[in-house]
Structures are given as C-alpha cells and as structure tokens.
Design a protein around this ligand. Structure first.
Ligand SMILES: [Fe+2]
Length: 302
C-alpha cells in the first residue's frame, strides 16, 4: 500500500515554530493521516534499485514524504554499487565516514567474532536499542539520510522497529511544548569522548535532540542508551527524555515493526530505529547480512 502523497502546497511553512500553533495543528493533521489507513508495513516492489522506473521512484518518494521512510523489495540482486545508485536517485550523495565502515564508506553489518576485535553491538546478534544514526557526530556531519539493505536474513529474530521523528516530536508537543523547548537546547544531550587505550577517537559531542535545518526540516539526534550519555540536568529535559523512553517502549500504533527479508531494504530520513536480538544458523546459511549507507543529506523532495 502506498501512503498518499501530500502536496507541497498543503505543508505549512512553520510547523516547528513553538509560537505558531495553527501551523502546527494543520501540519499535525497531515502527518497523522497516513497512519489511519495503515495495514501492516507497506512494502514497495521495485525491479532494479539502481535504475528505478518513474512510478517506482514516485512511490518511494511519496512514502518518504509522508512517513520519512520507505521499505522496498528489490526484484534483482543488490550490491554496494546498486545501493550507491539508489541513494543518488534521491539526492543522497555524501557518505558519512565512520570508524568501522568498509573502505567505500558503506558498512557491512553481520556478526563478527569477538576475537576479531570489536565489541560494538551492531556487529553482534544482541538487541540494539532505540537511536538515530550518528548521534555522536559533529553538528555539521549529522546523518540525515540512510539506506539499509538486507542481503540475507538470520534464522530467527532481528526485527526492526521504526518511528518517524516527526511523530515523536508531534506526540511530545501534544504532551507539553516545554519538553520540545528543553530538547532543542544546544546542550540537551552530550555524548562523552570516545577514548580507547588512552587515545581520544572522538571528542565529547553536545547538541540538541530536535533541531530544524535552514530548509525547515526537522532533525533528531537521539539514543536511548543510559551509559555513556549525559542529559542536561534540568527538570524539563529529564521529563522529556522520560516521555520519549515511555513512547518508544509502548505499543504505539505509529511504531512500524518490520523484519527485513532478503532483498528488502529501507530508505529513510534517519528515523528512530531499534533492532531485536537474532540468531544466525551457519549450518543452513541463514546468517544476517546487511549493507548500510549513511548520508549527510536528506532525501531530496521531502
Ligand atoms: Fe542505526
């Protein structure tokens, strides 16, 4: 099922202005609309991700415009160059460099033996709590777009859960606009420096949870982890962080659950996501393998 396309003329210009309630209310209605008719997870079939047909491109874009994400089912094998080509068709060009990306900056996600020297959860089969990608990045290198493609699946588990940050913002503003104000503070959430063996790999990084870009797009920087994170010590920030945890752990109808099967992927504006634990079975070849590309741009036209 394809969510309805929201014409640009219908999008109010200032929905994120806390002093403009009528703009917020109009935008609010439009953002909630697609969920009213949502039955299961919409999966958009595409023949070749590297060369989308115009109807396929339009369907993916419509989903990204209304929900900040689209899940596709590819009709032909997808390699890293196809993922690069998929991103380019949506203006996703600048790949984020991270410590453990492969040389081409597209990360291969699979279980890596502990002896290989990594204890990072993405490379294990353990659950991965709610976050947006790159929350530890510098402000000018925030991750705004992501393509994640599933090459093969685990024997069991590994479901992903997704929540559009605009919905998180909307529900929080419904609850208390002061929570939004608190989370827009430039020092709302601080990630301490990453130091390994006495070497500083990344300096401490403070920033807001919610911010609005020059083009008027909402961006969210978040992790639900409680270790290695410092929330600003004020009442509204604490309450806002608590509100988010409660929302993310609820059975909210706005949380999209999906287990990516082989050949499926997601293209999104760095929506909130988590991953459940999974089990591989090397004997049957059921091992989870994903490619992930992170970009500094948002999806063009969203
Ligand atoms: Fe992630």
């Amino acid at each position: 099922m394809t969510p309805p396309l929201m014409p640009h003329s219908m999008i109010p210009m200032q929905p994120f202005d806390l002093d403009d309630d009528s703009a917020f209310q109009a935008w609010r209605e439009a953002r909630l609309e697609p969920y009213k008719s949502l039955v299961g997870t919409p999966v958009i079939a595409v023949r070749d991700v590297a060369r989308l047909e115009s109807a396929e491109h339009a369907a993916l874009l419509a989903s990204c415009r209304s929900m900040n994400m689209a899940i596709y089912q590819a009709g032909s094998p997808v390699d890293k160059s196809a993922i690069r080509a998929l991103g380019r068709q949506f203006g996703l060009e600048s790949l984020d460099m991270n410590l453990r990306a492969d040389e081409d900056s597209i990360t291969t996600l699979r279980v890596v033996a502990e002896s290989a020297g990594t204890h990072y959860i993405p490379y294990t089969n353990r659950p991965l709590n709610w976050h947006t990608d790159g929350y530890y990045n510098r402000p000018e290198e925030q991750v705004r777009g992501i393509v994640m493609h599933c090459v093969s699946t685990s024997a069991s588990g590994g479901d992903n859960l997704f929540l559009d940050p605009e919905i998180a913002y909307l529900l929080m503003r419904d609850e208390n606009a002061d929570y939004i104000r608190a989370l827009m503070q430039p020092d709302a959430m601080t990630i301490p420096a990453n130091i390994e063996a006495g070497v500083e790999l990344r300096p401490a990084q403070s920033g807001p949870v919610f911010s609005v870009s020059a083009s008027g797009a909402l961006h969210m920087r978040y992790t639900a982890r409680t270790r290695s994170i410092e929330w600003k010590d004020d009442r509204d920030t604490r309450l806002a962080a608590g509100f988010l945890i409660e929302l993310l752990n609820s059975d909210s109808l706005y949380i999209v659950r999906h287990r990516l099967s082989a050949g499926q992927g997601i293209i999104c504006n760095n929506v909130l996501h988590k991953r459940e634990a999974f089990e591989d079975d090397a004997n049957t070849g059921q091992t989870r393998l994903l490619y992930r590309a992170r970009y500094h741009e948002r999806i063009q036209g969203t």
